[in-house]
Design a protein around this ligand. Structure first.
Ligand SMILES: [Zn+2]
Length: 166
């Protein structure tokens, strides 16, 4: 099976009985995937999914991972990183537009839902470091302090932790 088709999954066997399930773990390309200047390298994603038959169709859940690269939004140096996101989707023979995905000829194509999950997890404005002030900080003052130590109101400390955790 080629890489491009390993996200197309035959579900005829498990659809015979609700509750049947199998793991689908693979590395495949979902095609060009980018947000702004941030690109997933070769469109390659690693998926680790559980496909399970339910009364009216199938559920697919698990994790999707990808490696991206792109320029720092402030200084434009090339940077890269990894993203991981959760996927929870429903596939039905008669899908609801915008909510569930189709089962066609007893197969499901995971490509669009996986691509969407990766796309939503890509950084919109990546920075080489949180304190990056760009190549000419005097010319483009950002108002940022020289380091990331947040001074001041302790009530914001929890928020800072969340923000810089990624
Ligand atoms: Zn930078």
């Amino acid at each position: 099976m080629s890489e491009s088709s390993s996200l197309i999954v035959d579900v005829v066997a498990i659809r015979r009985q609700a509750g049947s399930r199998f793991d689908h773990t693979t590395r495949a390309s979902v095609g060009e995937t980018s947000v702004g200047d941030v690109d997933v390298d070769d469109g390659m994603v690693d998926v680790d999914l559980l496909v399970e038959a339910v009364i009216r169709g199938l559920t697919v859940s698990g994790t999707v991972r990808a490696h991206w690269s792109g320029p720092c939004r402030r200084c434009l140096v090339p940077i890269e990183g990894d993203v991981e996101s959760e996927l929870h989707e429903i596939f039905e023979a008669e899908p609801t537009e915008g909510e569930t995905w189709p089962i066609v000829d007893e197969r499901i194509d995971l490509t669009p839902s996986v691509r969407e999950a990766v796309m939503l997890s890509l950084p919109l404005a990546p920075l080489c470091r949180d304190s990056c002030r760009g190549p000419e900080p005097d010319r483009f003052p950002t108002g940022l302090p020289d380091d990331d130590e947040s001074s001041g109101d302790p009530r914001w400390a929890a928020l800072d932790e969340i923000r810089f955790d990624q």
